[in-house]
Design a protein around this ligand. Structure first.
Ligand SMILES: Cc1cc2nc3c(=O)[nH]c(=O)nc-3n(C[C@H](O)[C@H](O)[C@H](O)COP(=O)(O)OP(=O)(O)OC[C@H]3O[C@@H](n4cnc5c(N)ncnc54)[C@H](O)[C@@H]3O)c2cc1C
Length: 463
């Protein structure tokens, strides 16, 4: 049996189809005129399931704890008049995220280029291109490693995957001959992709991720929605505003012949099927009746979430000059990017300092004044003193987010195959979302769409 990452997902899709709907027997609602779906969570996953139900005429209700829709997609204006919109949550849509791109098209949301050209400040010196810092020898070796993997059959990929999954990506690179500056740069750069140091990330998860990025894509950091990524969530909600109940926190789920969702303050919803799209930590906080299987609870405990902090600073001028500006540093401010690329109408601009793992937790606990000073020092080798341009700061730390307690899931050493097998047996939605750890695009949306489609099929066959 082939068990490449892609195959896992495909299998999961087959298995999940129908299981998205947690254990309501079909016969139970055959007698109802209008079987209803309860959807928990108004992030992109929950709203896409709702949109599908809407299109197919399936009655539904969406229950969302926050007072806004979008979940971990969170667009935030850094200037009055809804200007300088920055993403404090998910930022990039990959060129390969065809599904989400198609939805943007359907909803008439323009998508703009968000590719960036990475500079570096390393050991106190500024470099126009991070690529120039890598040795030629290693760059060639790395390219050949990726293309070797890309050309393997699924079976061989799995074989290799199983042998390298127990080691971390940093060690894998080291074993492959990556040392000194090359290795330090990989650690700084690749860790931003996983939200934790690559010393914690499965070598297989990383290799597969980097190898499958298609030509013309910069690690799936390609596009974003004009007006902010949250626009898509808002537009979907506008189609069915009365069906989305925001500020309603789910506490308990009772499933017998029907589904009963009990919320804080005693509000109760009843339906025939359930689609639960909350992050796993939120899922575990709910009281489930009957209880979730113990193997699933074990898998939840194993799944780790990345810590990401985004510190946005608005400057009176875009002193970085280039709209495609981003910058990797070896300082505590870690990685900077121009968060208001192509947003015109003002000279002002926003840089986000993006930190991960332990660094994120440290930065999150500092005052604005301390962070401003760290950023000023970090940028000095490239721009001199930029403090006079600083106007406003905003900070969001996902490690303490009340619902996800992290940004997105990542797979640690030896977890890919084990956890996936457990999840495949257990058939449950939240894991399927998390298996892509940072992609709101293609995979996540397809998963939910497929689940909603199967839901519809079940309804039809039960009528
Ligand atoms: C900092 C950061 C950077 C990211 N970068 C990218 C990126 O560049 N590209 C990319 O594709 N992805 C990125 N992601 C990942 C992406 O945001 C997520 O994969 C995606 O938004 C998850 O959507 P979801 O609907 O599955 O979950 P969520 O968005 O978490 O939605 C779940 C919803 O459930 C609600 N909820 C939780 N508990 C309850 C409860 N008890 N009752 C009622 N409601 C509840 C939550 O409030 C939330 O709104 C990033 C995430 C973060 C945080």
């Amino acid at each position: 049996m082939k068990l490449s990452r892609r195959t896992f997902l495909q299998q999961s899709l087959k298995l999940t189809a129908g299981a998205a709907i947690v254990s309501s027997p079909i016969s139970a609602f055959a007698i109802h005129q209008k079987p209803k779906v309860l959807i928990i969570g108004a992030g992109f996953a929950g709203l896409s399931a709702a949109y599908h139900c809407h299109l197919k005429g399936i009655p539904f209700e969406v229950i969302e704890s926050r007072d806004r829709v979008g979940g971990r997609v969170f667009s935030y204006p850094m200037m009055e008049g809804n200007q300088l919109i920055t993403e404090l949550g998910a930022e990039w849509i990959g060129n390969d995220h065809s599904f989400i791109l198609k939805l943007c098209d359907q909803f008439g949301i323009p998508v703009q280029d968000n590719q960036l050209k990475t500079r570096a400040i390393y050991k106190g010196r500024y470099h126009e291109s991070v690529q120039d810092l890598f040795s030629r020898k290693w760059s060639d070796k790395y390219s050949s490693l990726l293309s070797y993997y890309r050309n393997l059959s699924d079976e061989k990929k799995e074989q290799l995957g199983r042998s390298i999954d127990p080691i971390d990506w940093w060690r894998y690179l080291y074993n492959a001959g990556c040392t000194d500056t090359d290795l330090e740069l990989h650690e700084l750069m690749d860790s931003t992709d996983f939200g934790e140091s690559i010393r914690h990330v499965s070598a297989y998860a990383a290799l597969d991720e980097y190898a499958k990025t298609s030509e013309g894509s910069i690690n799936q950091m390609d596009k974003k929605m004009t007006g902010g990524n949250q626009t898509l969530a808002r537009k979907m909600m506008e189609l069915f505003p009365d069906r989305v109940h925001s500020g309603v926190h789910v506490l308990q789920i009772i499933q017998n012949k029907r589904v009963q969702v009990i919320c804080k303050g005693g509000r109760t919803f009843e339906g025939d099927r359930l689609i639960c799209t909350v992050p796993t930590l939120a899922l575990k906080k709910m009281i489930w009746q009957p209880a979730l299987p113990s193997s699933m609870l074990r898998a939840i405990d194993q799944l780790q979430y990345a810590r990401i902090n985004k510190h946005a600073t608005r400057y009176s001028e875009r002193f970085w000059k280039d709209e495609s500006f981003d910058l990797l540093t070896d300082t505590s401010a870690h990685y900077f990017y121009h968060a208001t690329k192509l947003q015109t109408g003002t000279d002002k601009g926003v840089l986000i300092s993006y930190t991960i793992g332990d660094k994120a937790a440290v930065v999150a606990n500092q005052s604005d004044a301390v962070n401003a000073e760290a950023i000023r020092q970090a940028l000095k080798p490239a721009f001199g003193d930029i403090d006079a341009y600083r106007e406003k700061q905003s900070n969001y730390y996902w490690g303490n987010d009340a619902y996800s307690l992290g940004a997105y899931a990542f797979y640690g050493k030896g977890q890919w195959f084990e956890l996936f097998e457990a999840l495949n047996q257990n058939i449950f939605i939240p894991f399927l979302q998390e298996n892509i750890y940072r992609k709101t695009g293609k995979v996540l949306w397809r998963v939910l769409w497929r689940q909603a489609e199967m839901l519809l099929k079940n309804f039809k066959s039960s009528r």
